[in-house]
Design a protein around this ligand. Structure first.
Ligand code: NOJ
Length: 559
């Protein structure tokens, strides 16, 4: 297997709005990030992925960019950003910027020009179409509810927006658009960034003619995803980007790719194809959604599905591509509330989940607060919520379709993105030490118990456990490069697997339940093993029968 620094790295995601506020305006900022770099160094992460900090009217918290070469006022200045990069590099931490180029803000100069006239030289930077039979050009639904088209009276045409109305899709067919994007990427590379996380990058190539999607019963609109995900020219565009910008720079790149399969994952990440280092796939994030429905139709996780999906990706990319490993990000509910137990076994189950993920093959990503075992939040009233996806869905279903608000709130508690976006809980002072002012989104009231100050003090905290997992990755090549094999495919509570590198073996056994299932070590891997890490037992050789504590995790390594 080809060795690469980014295969050995651990990435930490910062969602700047909620990370740390330095000036009391209730919004996290770059100076706040600088003040917490020692904390990240202590945790031991190698790379920070910074969610967007560019100029933005914040319709979607920075994922709607109005100037790619400037910093959002609330977050600080370019000088602050430069200082942050310098301070990161001083501590041996690399910086990966978020690249959001499927769409811009409707307040971006290109769009303002584009909508000014059909003859504008920027018209073709976006996707404009005349209406069809007095309606939108096709029946695609926006990810954020309603039609994916907005009518513009001035020029009597519609523009496409797969996300919000304020996020018009760029037209990648236009070579000028592509060149603008590459120039902008070079601008940041020249400033010293070490990589890019590419927002919904597999949406940039749309099928010619933008055909209608299969209508959904009971809905005015249809999913157009067959016509914009992994589209016909996606690999040409990524190879062009690689050749013009990425190649030879030693950068870390990850493409966010809803709807990607392992077969396509190989096409994107096989190093000989010169596209990306890795992708964020979503199959494991869809397992608690009712099949064929949108994410709000939730169901409980069946552990067997999780094992099947993770194994499919582990084996699918083995030796051919590279996995990214994540449980959390700014769009997902908190993992300890989702697949763990955020009550009695919060600490235990958070550590178990971390073990299960970090021992797989791939580059692990930690989302801010995950290392503290932060949990989902429940606000009684919709007015406390700020996320555009959540609010649009609520409006459509409660106000337009008259569905029961209690049911909608229940799905927001389970799946809403604000679960991940409540401010980081730094200490037990007011507002969890996030701000001296009023936080833009309420701090989870459990900050008095769950916070970084407590976690740093307590040697048994989730934080110290993550730190140890990161250290182990640096000490044992097998954690990075070993091959993965699933054990006990059918067990409803235990997720166990091995990793193999040459003569070495790791055995990972995790209990996804509050019960005490027994793991019998299979004949073929019996031998002399020692405990590498556990959230239960503290040492000793491997027994042939392991009675697991609730939510226990153990990793044994061959001697
Ligand atoms: C994916 C991002 O992670 C999400 O936060 C955002 O709303 C959409 N892409 C649109 O940029």
């Amino acid at each position: 297997m080809e060795k690469q620094w980014w295969k050995e790295a651990v990435v930490y995601q910062i969602y700047p709005r909620s990370f740390k506020d330095s000036n009391g305006d209730g919004i996290g900022d770059i100076k706040g990030i600088i003040s917490k770099l020692d904390y990240l160094q202590e945790l031991g992460v190698d790379v920070v992925w910074l969610s967007p900090v560019y100029k933005s009217p914040n319709d979607d918290n920075g994922y709607d960019i109005s100037d790619y070469r400037d910093i959002m006022d609330e977050f600080g200045t370019m000088a602050d950003w430069e200082e942050m990069l310098q301070e990161m590099h001083k501590r041996g931490i690399k910086l990966m910027m978020d690249l959001v180029v499927n769409h811009t803000s409707d307040e971006h100069g290109w769009f303002l020009e584009s909508k000014s006239s059909k003859d504008s030289e920027y018209r073709n930077y976006y996707i404009w179409r005349p209406g069809k039979n007095g309606r939108e050009p096709n029946n695609w639904e926006s990810v954020f509810s309603g039609s994916a088209w907005k009518y513009d009276e001035a020029t009597d045409e519609y523009f496409l927006h797969i996300f919000s109305k304020k996020q018009p899709d760029l037209n990648w067919e236009n070579v000028k658009v592509r060149q603008e994007v590459y120039d902008m990427m070079k601008f940041w590379i020249d400033k010293g960034v070490d990589g890019f996380r590419m927002d919904v990058i597999n949406f940039i190539s749309k099928v010619e003619g933008l055909p209608d999607g299969e209508p959904i019963e009971g809905s005015d609109y249809a999913s157009g995803s067959d016509y914009f995900m992994n589209g016909p020219k996606i690999h040409d565009y990524l190879q062009e980007m690689n050749q013009k910008v990425l190649s030879g720079n030693g950068l870390i790149t990850v493409g966010e790719m809803p709807g990607v399969s392992p077969e396509e994952g190989i096409l994107y990440t096989d190093s000989s194809r010169n596209e990306l280092n890795m992708v964020f796939q979503f199959e494991h994030m869809d397992l608690d959604t009712v099949h064929g429905q949108n994410k709000w139709h939730y169901k409980d996780l069946d552990l067997k599905d999780l094992k099947t999906t993770m194994t499919k990706w582990q084996k699918g990319l083995e030796g051919k591509g590279w996995n990214s490993l994540y449980w959390n990000n700014h769009d997902q509910p908190r993992i300890v509330s989702r697949f763990g137990d955020d009550g009695k076994y919060r600490v235990k189950s958070a550590k178990m989940l971390a073990t299960c993920l970090h021992m797989m093959q791939g580059t692990p990503y930690i989302y801010q607060g995950e290392e503290l075992g932060m949990t989902n939040v429940k606000y009684d009233d919709i007015t406390f919520y700020k996320d555009i996806e959540t609010l649009n869905m609520y409006n459509e279903r409660v106000n337009d379709k008259q569905e029961a608000p209690e049911e909608i709130m229940a799905s927001i508690y389970r799946k809403g993105r604000d679960n991940a976006r409540t401010p980081v809980q730094w200490d037990s002072t007011e507002n969890g030490g996030f701000t001296e002012g009023t936080p833009w989104l309420g701090v989870n009231p459990n900050y008095t118990e769950i916070n970084a100050a407590q976690a740093l003090e307590d040697k048994d905290s989730v934080f110290h456990y993550y730190k140890k997992l990161i250290q182990l990755r640096k000490q044992h090549d097998i954690i990075v490069y070993g091959t993965y094999d699933l054990l006990l495919e059918e067990h409803p509570e235990i997720f166990a697997y091995t990793r193999t590198l040459g003569d070495e073996k790791l055995l990972v056994v995790t209990n996804f339940s509050g019960n005490n299932p027994v793991f019998t070590v299979p004949e073929q891997i019996k031998g002399s093993y020692e405990l590498l890490i556990s959230n239960g037992v503290s040492g000793g050789d491997m027994p042939s029968e392991i009675e697991l504590e609730p939510w226990e995790a153990r990793v044994y390594k061959s001697k």
